[in-house]
Write a protein that binds this ligand. Structure first.
Ligand code: FAD
Length: 299
């Protein structure tokens, strides 16, 4: 099933994101965790892809395993910056071969050792090139792309960032998902600017439940996202008690999601990070809002 068909329904959707194992030895644990998350029947699931190649091998394996066993549509991430045209072609073939109809087309982060190097002979420079390639290919993929309410760190300013984002949509991106946001007002203000700039596709806010204190600094480092004082206070109070912090982190995310739905945002994406207990906590706390059958039934 194409994800755009889910997003365009006049109904609330809730999707979950998982990541593939880095090493063979972790495959089994990740398989089990992702199956538990799939058993919650989110609207769709996305499986990330490692820009440096480390996690790349298993994206399709994990996605296909879920798709074979559960009636959950899959979105396979694909990055291009550290890849050759041949690598990308092979990965697209693998995605097609697995029967996956949805691709999240990304540039990926520039590996540290290559930052500042001459990129003129690289096969890819920006995600838009991958989107164009996917559109020109024989497949009719539904294409997602990334966006940044708090501005991508390499952009000079938000105007430039939105200009390049619009290029991705004009090239064929069917929907956008944001980096993790902890303050809904940043998302609402970004969405307003996108609509003003003529970007009309669905935009999914990315919600990251932070369930342990250590995650706070790593999440900020990874995404550069603004962490509201309200959440920092929660971490100060409960960070040293794992069970209290887990519950507080889930409830903070649930509160954000309820606020988004209440304000007319119908599609929300949750970075569940291979944590079935967190996915389940989110699901259980939204059951009454989404309708009791929502997550228990296939789409
Ligand atoms: P782009 O859209 O290419 O943008 C990168 C930068 O270049 C931006 O500053 C943009 O404004 C600028 N730019 C774009 N086009 C041009 C142009 N023509 N000229 C000049 N500047 C331009 N990373 C992974 O490795 N694996 C994943 O699975 C993954 N999943 C993600 C999912 C989401 C929802 C998000 C938000 C990010 C994800 N990332 C993932 C991280 C992402 O790869 C990085 O944020 C990366 O630095 C940018 O990728 P992009 O696709 O947004 O790049």
């Amino acid at each position: 099933m194409k994800i755009i068909d889910i997003l365009q329904k006049d109904e609330m959707s809730l999707s979950f994101e998982v990541f593939p194992p880095k090493k063979d030895t972790a495959f089994e644990n990740v398989r089990v965790a992702t199956e538990k998350i799939a058993a919650l029947h989110p609207s769709f699931m996305s499986v990330t892809y490692g820009a440096g190649g480390g996690r790349s091998r298993y994206t399709v394996d994990i996605a296909k395993n879920i798709e074979d066993k559960f009636d959950v549509p899959l979105l396979a991430h694909l990055t291009c910056i550290s890849s050759t045209k041949e690598d990308v072609k092979n990965q697209i073939e693998a995605i097609r071969g697995a029967g996956i109809e949805n691709v999240m087309a990304l540039r990926g982060d520039i590996p540290e050792e290559l930052q500042g190097s001459d990129r003129s002979d690289w096969d890819y420079h920006y995600a838009v090139e991958l989107i164009r390639e996917l559109k020109e290919g024989p497949d009719d993929f539904c294409i997602g792309a990334a966006c940044y309410p708090e501005v991508h760190p390499e952009s000079a300013n938000q105007r430039e960032d939105i200009k390049h984002l619009k290029e991705k949509v004009d090239a064929g991106a069917d929907f956008l998902t944001t980096q993790m946001v902890f303050d809904n007002n940043l998302f609402f203000s970004f969405l307003y600017k996108l609509r003003e700039a003529g970007v009309t596709v669905p935009v999914l806010p990315g919600i990251m439940p932070i369930t342990n204190a250590k995650q706070v600094e790593s999440a900020i480092k990874m995404s550069g996202s603004f962490m509201p004082q309200r959440f920092r206070t929660i971490v100060d109070k409960f960070g040293s008690d794992p069970e209290a912090m887990r519950q507080a982190g889930i409830m903070y995310a649930v509160d954000q999601i309820i606020d988004l739905y209440a304000n007319g945002i119908t599609n929300v994406h949750v970075y569940t990070m291979n944590k079935p207990d967190v996915a389940e906590g989110i699901k259980n706390n939204l059951q009454g809002i989404l309708g009791k059958d929502f997550l228990d039934s296939a789409n």
